[in-house]
Write a protein that binds this ligand. Structure first.
Ligand code: SF4
Ligand code: SF4
Length: 320
């Protein structure tokens, strides 16, 4: 894969073409209900910069990226800069002709998160509402489809994740499961049934691309993991203002304009220990860490944020 062999290049960037969302899931801290789309030429310029850094995969996230009126041009431009194109969507705006246009634009993969079977006060990303959209994807999509279901974060019925995962696989899609983090992207322990469902769903993933056994037990038990977060280096999060952040849950660090982001920044963040890593739930960054698992110790430390201090203290005291 382009960019994976040399550690001087990002493997994945998430970029936000619009912060606005058409839903309002209660656990979400990544959307608003008013932002305008980032102008097409601005997005294209940012994609050129990511292409210049030799980013292997560029994924559009939000907010709801399908609210961007020029999404197809954006996807086509990702392909033009030489990266693979991904899209994370709540699926509400998918229709057969829209899926065909995503095919034509060159989309490589799409992920939908489905949170429950029936809509409730926490989330309307529900199998009942979205099943017809999944059927449309099965009928028309030329790209890979992954359905992500979630546990924790106030989701009422952990069994729903299993129902969603089984439906995804019956339609020929892949299925993953994530844990909804708290406001800082940090882990809270799962209940006993949630733990069982989480581990059962992880066996679905073993049959395809996600082989992350290392984190699974610790995450299910709510215990810290010892790993090297390569955010700011092998993974970049580009907000609607064009700033590079570690991830969606650590916005504000390093918050440097993508325009000025260089290989020196990538090298610095590669060796920077993130104090939020032990309790991190950001699974895409976990996955990317596996590319460099056996290389590159992290020798640079920065002071933990106050909320991270609190987490670490509470973990230590619960262990004593
Ligand atoms: S659909 Fe996604 S971006 Fe929108 S509120 Fe829900 S979790 Fe947040
Ligand atoms: S460990 Fe990395 S991915 Fe996880 S919250 Fe911290 S900066 Fe983000």
């Amino acid at each position: 894969m382009k960019g994976a062999a040399s550690t001087d290049h990002p493997i994945m960037a998430h970029i936000i073409p619009i912060r606005r969302c058409n839903l309002s899931c209660t656990y979400c801290n990544e959307y608003d209900d008013y932002s305008k789309p980032v102008p097409l030429e601005t997005v294209k310029h940012r994609l050129d910069l990511l292409g210049g850094l030799k980013t292997a995969v560029i994924t559009l996230s939000g907010g709801e990226p399908m609210l961007h009126p020029e999404l197809d041009e954006i996807i086509a431009h990702i392909r033009q800069v030489g990266s693979m194109a991904g899209l994370i969507t709540n699926g509400y705006l998918l229709m057969p002709d829209r899926i065909q246009r995503l095919n034509d634009a060159g989309l490589d993969y799409l992920q939908i998160s489905i949170d429950n079977v029936m809509p409730d006060d926490v989330s309307k990303k529900s199998l009942k509402v979205l099943d017809k959209k999944l059927q449309m994807l099965a009928d028309y999509a030329d790209f890979h489809v992954n359905i992500n279901s979630v546990l924790g974060g106030g989701i009422h019925n952990p069994e729903d994740a299993l129902t969603v995962g089984r439906r995804a696989m019956a339609l020929g899609f892949t299925s993953t499961v994530g844990i909804i983090h708290d406001g800082d992207g940090q882990l809270r322990p799962l209940g006993p049934r949630e733990r069982e469902v989480f581990l059962e769903m992880k066996t679905f993933e073993k049959s395809h691309f996600s082989r992350l056994n290392y984190f699974q037990e610790n995450i299910a038990k709510g215990e810290p993991s010892d790993w090297r977060c390569r955010a700011g280096s092998r993974y970049l999060y580009i907000c609607e203002d064009g700033l590079v952040h570690y991830c969606s849950q650590q916005r504000g660090y390093p918050a440097k304009p993508l325009e000025d982001y260089t290989v020196d920044d990538i090298r610095r963040e590669y060796i920077t220990q993130k104090s939020c890593a032990p309790l991190c739930t950001v699974s895409c960054v976990h996955q990317i860490s596996y590319f460099d698992f056996f290389r590159g110790k992290q020798t640079r430390t920065v002071e933990p944020l106050p909320q991270q201090q609190e987490h670490l203290i509470s973990i230590k005291s619960s262990k004593s």
